[in-house]
Every structure is written in structure tokens, then in C-alpha cells.
Ligand binder design. Structure first.
Ligand SMILES: NC(=O)C1=CN([C@@H]2O[C@H](COP(=O)(O)OP(=O)(O)OC[C@H]3O[C@@H](n4cnc5c(N)ncnc54)[C@H](OP(=O)(O)O)[C@@H]3O)[C@@H](O)[C@H]2O)C=CC1
Ligand SMILES: O=C([O-])CC(=O)C(=O)O
Length: 269
């Protein structure tokens, strides 16, 4: 990838981490941040004058050629197709949005029509290359296990599964498919959808989520078994200082991608 001129959707923990990292980097020029319509002025107050906040895709600077989503699943649905129709590449981290087959199909079709790239950046997870290799050889059984401190699960359905404020031992808060977890835990388990899209698919990939009172970091475990043998990829990730639900590695995965790293799934192009 040549040095792209980019826009970032979102201005939360991941986006700010990325903008901070890019301030000292030559791998991309940031022209715009996409914020909710009406919040442009508020956003401008906290951004350098070189970055203009906009409230829609039509207002992006003409020379933006790549748009990075770092906002949430709703933002993928809201802006993804417009980004591609406007002739720009689209790279995202809110992978759970792609558990909606209709949205995934639309984005792929728009990417083909526009001749643009549709990339899913690795985010907080690793091992996608090994998953793709295992899948290429035939059927593969894949399990993703996410283990986070109780505070990372506040405001999610995990609150109904256990008392997050009085947990004395690890508690399983979700068991099911990657497709289901994408819908139920939109801010916490996008990595499960990423693992699924790289390997066994959204319905076959099994997911367990655990709230662990002894955990201080976000654990991500990928276990795969197929005709080639088996592997296990374990991550203990520092939580983002801005958002305990998110691993700090997510912003860095976008930086690595912009540097030309191999850490993205090409869904199209
Ligand atoms: N693949 C991966 O490994 C990971 C993916 N993620 C994904 O990244 C997302 C962002 O994470 P994080 O930065 O920590 O979250 P934050 O909650 O810190 O920030 C989200 C930001 O996005 C903005 N936003 C949300 N929806 C829209 C929209 N439709 N239009 C414009 N702006 C919008 C929010 O604005 P406002 O405050 O106005 O709502 C906020 O500025 C997560 O929700 C998750 O989907 C997160 C972690 C890992
Ligand atoms: O950053 C993480 O730990 C993973 C995460 O929140 C997600 O996949 O949505």
C-alpha cells in the first residue's frame, strides 16, 4: 500500500490511540474524522487543525482514498457501502457487523463494483494466517475463548449471567456461536467474528466468554483442530486506558496495517 490519505470513523479509545500514534508517523495522512452528525464542532476542539471532523461520507476531503472504521458495528452498517460507492477503500475492526449476511454481501458487491479493497483488520486477535491455512486444508474445528476482568463486561448481557461486582471465581457469561456473540456482545467480542471469517465460519466457530475476577488483562485464546493437526494461539492483552472493553493492541493493529503489515483479511480486493 502506498502512503494512503485516510479518514477515521469514530473518535473514541481506538481512534484517539491511532491518531496519537499517527502524529509521529509517515505511513498515512489523516484528513478527516467521521463523527456523529452535529458533533463536528465539539470534535474539532480536540483535534489538530489538519484534521477536519465531518458528519457524513459525502463531506470527506476529495483526496481521501482509504476510510478506517474504529467506531462500532453500527458505523459499519451506516457508512460502509457509502465509503465503497464513493470510490474509496474500506478497512474495519468492528467485525461483528459482518455477522449480518446481507450487510457482508452488500459490502462485497460494492467493493467489486467500485474496484476497491474491503479489508478486515486483525484488531486484538492473532493467528489469522494459521486459521486460513488450516481452513484451506479442509474442515477445521475452531474455538475462541475471551477472558476479561469483570469491569470489561459491565453494560453487557454478562450482567444477567452473574453478579459482576461480587464475583469470587471465573464465570462463563456466554457460550454459543460467533454469529450469536457478535450480536449479543457488539463491543466486546468482534474478534470472535474475525476468527470465524478467517477460519470455520460464523455458525461453526464456537465461542466462550468468561468474566474472571483475577484477570488484569484481556485474554484471547484461539484453538483450532483440522486435518493438518492443531494449534493454539494465546494472547494476554493490556486493556486500553480509554476503554476497558477494548485491548490496547487494537489501535496498534490499525497502525501496523497502515504500515503495510499483513494483518488483515481481504474480504474483497
Ligand atoms: N476487532 C477488534 O479487535 C476490536 C474491535 N472493536 C470495535 O471497535 C469499536 C470502537 O472501540 P473503542 O474505540 O474502544 O470504543 P469507544 O466507545 O471508546 O469509541 C467509539 C467511538 O465511535 C463513535 N461512534 C460510534 N458509532 C458511530 C457512528 N455511527 N458514527 C460516528 N461515530 C460513531 C463514538 O461516538 P459517540 O461517543 O458519539 O457515540 C465514539 O467516539 C468497538 O465498539 C468495537 O466494535 C473494539 C475492540 C477490538
Ligand atoms: O479488544 C478486545 O479485547 C476485543 C474486543 O473488544 C472486541 O473484539 O470487540
Amino acid at each position: 500500500m502506498n502512503r494512503p490519505t485516510i479518514a477515521v470513523i469514530g473518535l473514541g479509545g481506538i481512534a484517539r490511540g491511532l491518531l496519537d500514534a499517527l502524529a509521529g508517523e509517515a505511513c498515512a495522512d489523516v484528513r478527516n474524522v467521521v463523527v456523529r452528525a452535529g458533533k463536528e464542532g465539539e470534535a474539532a476542539a480536540s483535534l489538530p487543525s489538519s484534521i477536519e471532523p465531518v458528519g457524513d461520507i459525502a463531506s470527506l476531503a476529495r483526496d481521501v482514498d482509504l476510510v478506517i472504521e474504529a467506531a462500532g458495528q453500527g458505523a459499519v452498517a451506516q457508512y460502509g457501502a457509502d465509503v465503497l460507492r464513493s470510490g474509496r477503500h474500506f478497512a474495519l475492526v468492528s467485525a461483528g457487523a459482518l455477522a449480518d449476511d446481507g450487510l457482508l454481501r452488500t459490502l462485497k458487491e460494492e467493493a467489486v463494483r467500485a474496484g476497491r479493497r474491503l479489508h478486515l483488520i486483525s484488531g486484538a486477535i492473532g493467528g489469522l494466517d494459521a486459521l486460513a491455512t488450516a481452513r484451506a486444508a479442509g474442515a477445521v474445528e475452531v474455538r475462541y475463548t475471551g477472558i476479561k476482568p469483570p469491569r470489561a463486561w459491565l453494560g453487557t448481557p454478562a450482567e444477567q449471567a452473574c453478579d459482576l461486582h461480587a464475583l469470587a471465581a471465573p464465570a462463563v457469561v456466554f457460550e454459543g456461536s460467533a454469529r450469536e456473540v457478535a450480536r449479543r456482545y457488539p463491543q466486546n467480542a468482534n474478534v470472535a467474528a474475525t476468527v470465524a471469517l478467517a477460519g470455520a465460519g460464523l455458525d461453526a466457530t464456537r465461542v466462550t466468554l468468561i468474566a474472571d475476577p483475577a484477570a488484569t488483562r484481556n485474554g484471547h485464546r484461539v484453538e483450532a483442530r483440522g486435518v493438518l493437526g492443531e494449534f493454539r494461539f494465546d494472547t494476554q492483552a493490556e486493556p486500553s486506558a480509554a476503554n476497558p472493553k477494548t485491548s490496547a493492541s487494537t489501535a496498534c493493529s490499525i497502525l501496523a496495517y497502515l504500515r503495510g503489515g499483513p494483518n488483515a483479511l481481504a474480504l474483497q480486493g
